[in-house]
Design a protein around this ligand. Structure first.
Ligand SMILES: [Mg+2]
Length: 197
């Protein structure tokens, strides 16, 4: 079984911009593509895991999220020849949390910090979650990592600085705090305890 690096999307790979209605507004965090390329070359399984509640809130269809992901993959490849090995996202949101589209307004084990996306990826791609890493910009990303028995890295990009300043979500204890995805990947590549094989 291989180790994976699970990558949050908004605030980690692309610049946090709220709900992105225009596909062209999705822009990469500087250095993100080169960082993913480094993970590719080292043999980590690179997997997007993203809460995308826009469809459940009625903002846009699931197909729009898929179009955003096509652009994301194209930008990563064009910028540095980087690739994501798999992409998982949760389009569901419970009614109390704001879900209004009846087809998607439900509680889901896929919604972070629940572990559903990681469990699905582990089964489908034979991943060892205990040797895997989650990189995110929210406390719920770190919670996801720890709920799944993985290592959790918080980046300062996106909401990360606000989380660390106590101004967003709740206090969290990441295994490592990195300025951005590039710094997170540098830490991973220098840490033998979480080598890919
Ligand atoms: Mg995020």
């Amino acid at each position: 079984m291989s180790a994976a690096v699970f990558l949050d999307r908004d605030g980690v790979l692309n610049i946090e911009a709220g709900y992105i209605h225009d596909v062209a507004d999705l822009q990469l965090v500087p250095g993100a593509a080169a960082a993913v390329r480094q993970l590719n070359e080292r043999g980590y399984f690179c997997c997007l895991v993203s809460n995308q509640s826009g469809p459940a809130r009625g903002y846009y269809p699931v197909a729009h999220v898929e179009a955003l992901h096509t652009r994301l993959c194209n930008l990563l490849y064009a910028d540095a020849g980087a690739r994501l090995d798999a992409l998982y996202f949760c389009p569901y949101l419970s009614p109390p949390a704001g879900g209004s589209n009846p087809e998607l307004a439900c509680w889901s084990t896929w919604r972070k910090p629940n572990t559903g996306m990681l469990v699905a990826a582990a089964w489908q791609h034979e991943l060892d979650l205990s040797r895997s890493i989650v990189i995110g910009d929210k406390a719920t990303d770190v919670d996801l990592a720890h709920n799944a028995g993985a290592t959790g890295i918080l980046v300062r990009t996106g909401y990360g600085a606000q989380v660390l300043g106590g101004r967003y979500q709740h206090a969290t204890r990441p295994d490592y705090i990195a300025d951005d995805l590039s710094a997170a990947v540098a830490w991973i590549l220098g840490n033998r305890a979480i080598a890919p094989l």
